[in-house]
Design a protein around this ligand. Structure first.
Ligand SMILES: Cc1ncc(COP(=O)(O)O)c(C=O)c1O
Length: 398
């Protein structure tokens, strides 16, 4: 009944990585062993004390509506935890609880972007940025990354070249999905300078802030002058292995986050009440299961990086953050006689069962891109299967 469809629906994008998941599931249903490197989900359970807190909250009757911007204990706990980790002086008033991190993207754009406003956003990057900018009538201004010796660096030339008097917002995702790029202090300060100079409002997507193998995380919000113009996207999904619980927050100056909470009233009234109590337990409870998850992820990373680098025509760095590997397969594609990265993906999947996404699942490729990349997530696959799957891929590629 497409005659009923609103015109704006033609501008709504999607997360095409889910389609790869469906394809892999179809193959698995036929009895083929699939090695799932495609989705950024975890095959590690939510820590026990968090699960127990949710049961307890249900038993205690925390099952009704609750305040629109979140329950006070969770807003206060987030203010304390996020403030401490990022060197910010926060109170509960700086926090708007959300059903996941993802809703912060659309709500931020709706609250602060007028049709025709230009928005800088990472590409390759989380595909929902581009989808939401286009859907709400903004002008997408993608910026990419440059492959350097030990990872990826922001392409400042692309950022600066695209700033015009109509540029209003910048989306920054550190640590970055899909490249795993992590800004050093110099890069982050240079970006902050640009935001201050051009009066840009920032959405700082910090979904992977805690998925850091060495060192201490840093937020752009903590650079002098930046807190006032930054909304942090916070999520429980990755740090606490809570992807399906749907719990996150927008955190920043209260004049900004209050506007984001206005969408809560219109959309979902409140985030699931008992899930918020589980969030309090997550922030205030022990971190042993988090540390053990990080050790597991690190082992998986190392096994996968070594195997990938042993394949002919494949090159990947050993990232210090996230659970993604963004491998350069330009030469491997040539060796295999595949013309497009999608053809490469299909061939590897069909012949080995190794399932991954490609650069093309993370925004429309930019015209000057010459190198080809695939993204492997090691969050949802154990070490034995990483070894088995990537050994099969090595047999195929040489
Ligand atoms: C960069 C980035 N931002 C936001 C999200 C949204 O996560 P969630 O809605 O589960 O908090 C994800 C999830 O994979 C992500 O990779």
């Amino acid at each position: 009944m497409s005659k009923y469809l609103a015109d704006r629906m033609s501008k709504l994008g999607t997360e095409t990585a889910f389609a790869v998941g469906a394809e892999a599931a179809e193959l698995a249903a036929k009895g083929v062993k699939v090695y799932p490197f495609h989705l950024g989900d975890l095959n590690i359970p939510t820590p026990k004390h968090i699960r127990e807190a949710a049961f307890k909250a249900i038993e205690e009757g925390k099952t009704g509506y609750c305040p629109t911007p979140g329950i006070a204990p969770l807003r206060d706990a987030l203010a304390e935890d996020v403030g401490k980790a990022r060197n910010l002086n926060l109170s509960g008033a700086n926090v708007s609880v959300q059903p996941g991190g993802k809703p912060v993207i659309g709500k931020f754009i709706m609250a602060f972007m007028n049709p025709g406003d230009e928005v800088l956003y990472p590409n390759p990057g989380f595909p929902i940025y581009e989808s939401m900018i286009l859907f709400h009538g903004g002008v997408p201004r993608p910026y990419g990354f440059i492959e350097v010796e030990d990872g990826f660096a922001l392409d400042f030339e692309a950022i600066e070249r695209q700033i015009t008097p109509r540029t209003k917002l910048l989306i920054y995702n550190n640590y970055h999905n899909p490249t795993s790029a992590s800004s050093d202090d110099g890069e982050m300060e240079r970006l902050a300078e640009l935001c201050l100079k051009h009066d840009l409002l920032v959405l700082s997507d910090e979904s992977y802030f805690d998925i850091l193998y060495d060192g201490k995380g840093k937020s752009i919000s903590s650079i002098p002058g930046m807190f006032e113009r930054t909304v942090i996207l916070y999520t429980f999904s990755k740090k606490f292995a809570m992807t399906g619980w749907r719990l996150g927050a927008a955190i920043g100056p209260k004049e900004l986050v209050n506007h984001i909470s206005r969408f809560n009233v219109n959309d979902e009234s409140c985030t699931s009440h008992f899930v918020q109590w589980a969030g309090v337990a997550a922030l205030q409870g022990p971190l042993d299961e988090f540390y053990s998850m990080m050790a597991t992820l690190k082992e998986r990373r190392d096994v996968a990086v070594d195997l990938l680098n042993s394949m002919k025509g494949v090159k990947v760095c050993r990232p210090n953050s996230t659970f993604y590997l963004f491998a350069n397969v330009t030469e491997a594609m040539d060796n295999l006689g595949t013309k497009t990265v999608e053809e490469f993906r299909k061939k590897v999947l069909d012949e080995t069962g190794v399932s991954f996404t490609t650069r093309n699942h993370f925004g429309s490729p930019l015209p000057d891109e010459k190198q080809q990349y695939i993204r492997l997530a090691y969050s949802g696959i154990n070490v034995e299967d990483i070894k088995e799957g990537l050994s099969k891929m090595k047999e195929l590629l040489g």
